[in-house]
Design a protein around this ligand. Structure first.
Ligand code: GLN
Length: 313
């Protein structure tokens, strides 16, 4: 069935927020200098149903850079263009079991970026966006992610500059992929566009709409825009289930039972196929880079709303 009706979703979202608002566990990311300035008390929670109903609580208007959550939606755009087989063969769909920015993961796997949800695989996926040049590639990504959100998303220039000056590791990953002939475009361009996509500013409410578009099989429930096909939505959610929470994807699935994607600025989107999606924002992270409050709030809502995909009753 769908999400419960009446005031129930608003009540549960409010309860989830209240329950974890004072929970200060975790640490704000600082390897991208500007992210260290985030307020650790920020906490926003939004739920959007495939029928367009929504509920929210806390800091849902605070904008933050989407970071790794962009990987899920750029994957969807590329999968839509290139198809299921090509993604499987060219990038891969297995978890690395290692940190999201691991160089070792690439080396251990003969140069394969492994999957589009870790940095190496995301850079390789961004490079696959069909376009004549860098400008067109960036426009297509920004426009595509904006359609998922149902509003024009803009670059946070401060985050983009901060990350551009500190992303040596991503530069190294792109060069490593190039050395294995696994990168479709110039590595400097690939990392620059990847850094831009990570710097798009969103809110928790945007994340919920973007997730709800996947939950609805590719049609944005607020705008009615068909962004991707039902098949691509399915493939994206399958990949998020195995790889969306980095090396903690198994634990997340065991506790929460939903495909999801997190980012180092503190966002999480969790998707209940056919029902809706939760967007959360809270900067303090666990050691894998997943928002602590976000995980707890998603666990609470998954239980309270009966969203776990593996529950038979
Ligand atoms: N832009 C970040 C990076 O490349 C994204 C990482 C993340 O959100 N986990 O390191």
């Amino acid at each position: 069935g769908l999400l419960p009706g009446g005031d129930e979703i608003a009540e549960l979202v409010g309860l989830a927020h209240a329950r974890y608002a004072e929970d200060g566990a975790g640490a704000v990311a600082d390897y991208i200098p500007i992210l260290a300035e985030a307020d650790p008390s920020w906490f926003g929670l939004s739920l959007v149903g495939v029928d367009g109903r929504s509920a929210s609580a806390g800091d849902i208007d605070v904008a933050f850079s989407i970071q790794s959550i962009s990987k899920a939606f750029v994957f969807a755009l590329v999968c839509e263009e290139l198809g299921h087989e090509a993604i499987h063969d060219v990038v891969g769909v297995n978890n690395t079991g290692l940190a999201f920015n691991s160089v070792v993961a690439v080396e251990l796997n003969g140069g394969s970026p492994m999957n589009s949800m870790v940095n190496a695989g995301a850079i390789a996926t961004t490079a696959l966006v069909p376009a004549a040049d860098a400008d067109e590639r960036w426009q297509r990504i920004r426009d595509g992610l904006s359609r998922f959100a149902g509003r024009p998303l803009a670059l946070d220039g401060e985050v983009y500059r901060s990350e551009s000056f500190s992303n040596h590791r991503n530069q190294a990953l792109a060069r490593l992929l190039q050395s294995y002939d696994r990168l479709a475009i110039d590595p400097v361009e690939a990392v620059d566009i990847y850094t831009r996509q990570c710097s798009l500013a969103v809110t928790a409410a945007d994340l919920a709409v973007m997730g709800a578009t996947l939950a609805a099989g590719g049609t944005n429930p607020l705008t009615g825009d068909r962004v991707i096909s039902v098949e691509t939505s399915r493939d994206t959610l399958a990949l998020l289930a195995s790889c969306g929470m980095y090396e903690r994807s198994g634990e997340w699935l065991f506790e929460i039972g939903l495909p999801a994607k997190s980012g180092v600025s503190g966002g999480i989107v969790a998707i209940a196929p056919g029902k809706g999606a939760v967007g959360t924002f809270s900067p303090p992270l666990d050691p894998a880079g997943n928002s602590v409050r976000g995980q707890r709030a998603c666990a609470y809502l998954s239980r309270a709303l009966g969203l776990n995909l593996f529950a038979s009753a």
